[in-house]
Design a protein around this ligand. Structure first.
Ligand SMILES: Cc1cc2nc3c(=O)[nH]c(=O)nc-3n(C[C@H](O)[C@H](O)[C@H](O)COP(=O)(O)OP(=O)(O)OC[C@H]3O[C@@H](n4cnc5c(N)ncnc54)[C@H](O)[C@@H]3O)c2cc1C
Length: 394
């Protein structure tokens, strides 16, 4: 028996939050979409457990989920709005609030498994999306004469005029297409964990900058539960990971300068190496990259997923407009438009985050003076604060 071959209009490799969102954005067309993932489908959200991975999502990402009619289901599981942000370092301090920019909220803290569960369930109900899970990709073939791309896998050959890589930081598709990557090791690992605090968080996201790196407390749905992200050099994080819970709780309380009182409970910790990655190209004829497959960024401003969702939104809009004009295939010039627009935005964010990291991750007295003065001054200038908030939540 020969190897099975299936034809689609678009193949998306990777069923993470970005790939699933993109599939749903495209499903309104009368095109056949395949979503391929090496893992299984639906995540199982357990109300009694908080996912150790959470994301701060901006109002723009929230609106995208609303447009896809998935937000209500996410909110029914569990989401937590944050209305204020407080950032400090030594004597410098700045606060932002949603009301000052005419928004109800600055964003939401959402557990990753909440988004994944709802998105997967919605994708599985879609008539125009085929999901193929637990598959291994073997090779990518460009069928020049037919202007098609073919993915050879252990579950047959999948062929389409457009293949999109949403397969995360280590993207198989990016490597198979021989797209080069610019990388820089941030020399930071991130420790993440859910903690219970003595005092309520009042739906404020807080971040303290220390010479070794930032420590954020993100407010979860229960008033005394926060998700922390502590970024520091790998040796320091290794030591923190090895501490017994009670010792970790007291080190954490001290580092957070007692802002929320004692740390009453520490749940399992996890760590992630932090690497800045940026693909030199986002597109080739018949191929595009979105999300972490195209870029990864330091989590200090909680932007990685938001940038990936913005990639998905623009790419889907351009693809659908081609289909609306009765184009059978998405032109390379259209993919290049996507690349130019998103690369400019993503580069700006990557560079800004590098600047922040350098300014705050440094104990040089002049820089210390500058950032403390800067934070205090910015705090007193409402229009500057407003501008910063607009830039981060747009
Ligand atoms: C500590 C930390 C905190 C963060 N906090 C925030 C935050 O607050 N806000 C924010 O916006 N971002 C945040 N981020 C970034 C965010 O987590 C990522 O940007 C986002 O999850 C990327 O989603 P993705 O769908 O692009 O990739 P992924 O989530 O990596 O999904 C990739 C998918 O592709 C599949 N896949 C991989 N390889 C293959 C293959 N060979 N074949 C088939 N399938 C494959 C995987 O199984 C997976 O389903 C944070 C990151 C870290 C490390």
């Amino acid at each position: 028996m020969g190897v099975s071959e299936k034809f689609y209009d678009v193949i998306i490799v990777g069923g993470g939050i970005v790939g699933l969102t993109l599939a749903l954005l495209l499903q309104h067309s009368d095109k056949r979409i395949a979503l391929l993932d090496k893992r299984g489908g639906v995540e199982t959200f357990k109300p009694e457990q908080y996912d150790v991975r959470v994301s701060a999502i901006t109002p723009a990402s929230h609106r995208l989920f609303e447009k896809l009619n998935v937000w209500e289901s996410m909110a029914a599981l569990r989401v937590s709005p944050f209305n204020q942000m407080e950032v400090w370092d030594g004597d410098g301090r700045i606060e932002f609030d949603a009301a000052s920019v005419g928004e109800l909220t600055l964003g939401y803290i959402v557990e990753n498994n909440v988004m994944l569960q709802v998105l997967w369930q919605t994708v599985l109900c879609s008539k125009s999306i085929d999901t193929i899970t637990h598959l291994n990709l073997e090779s990518l073939e460009r069928l020049e004469e037919k202007s098609m791309m073919a993915l050879h896998t252990d579950q047959g050959v999948f062929t389409a005029p457009l293949i999109i890589g949403a397969d995360g930081a280590e993207s198989w598709l990016r490597q198979a297409a021989q797209i080069e990557l610019k990388t820089r090791d941030y020399q930071h690992h991130a420790l993440v964990c859910t903690v219970k605090t003595e005092r309520p968080h009042h739906h404020t996201a807080r971040q303290v900058f220390m010479p070794q790196g930032p420590l954020a407390f993100l407010p979860l749905a229960e008033p005394d539960l926060s998700s922390i992200v502590w970024s520091s050099n790998p040796t320091h994080i290794e030591k923190l990971m090895a501490l017994p819970d009670v010792d970790f709780a007291s080190v954490l309380r001290e580092a957070f300068q007692d802002r929320l009182g004692a740390i009453l409970e520490v749940r399992p910790r996890a760590r992630f190496p932090l690497i800045r990655r940026h693909a030199k190209q986002y597109v080739q004829p018949g191929l595009a990259l979105v999300g972490d497959a195209a870029h990864t960024i330091h989590p200090l401003a909680g932007q990685g997923l938001n940038l990936g969702l913005a990639d998905a939104a623009l790419l889907a809009e351009l693809i659908l407009s081609e289909y609306a004009h009765k184009q059978e295939r998405v032109k390379y010039s259209t993919l290049r438009r996507y690349e130019r627009a998103r690369k400019a935005d993503n580069t700006q964010m990557l560079v800004t985050m590098d600047g922040f990291r350098c300014l705050f991750g440094n104990d040089i007295p002049a820089l210390k003076w500058l950032r403390q003065r800067g934070l205090n001054l910015t705090h007193r200038l409402p229009w500057v604060k407003e501008w910063i908030v607009q830039q981060t939540i747009r």
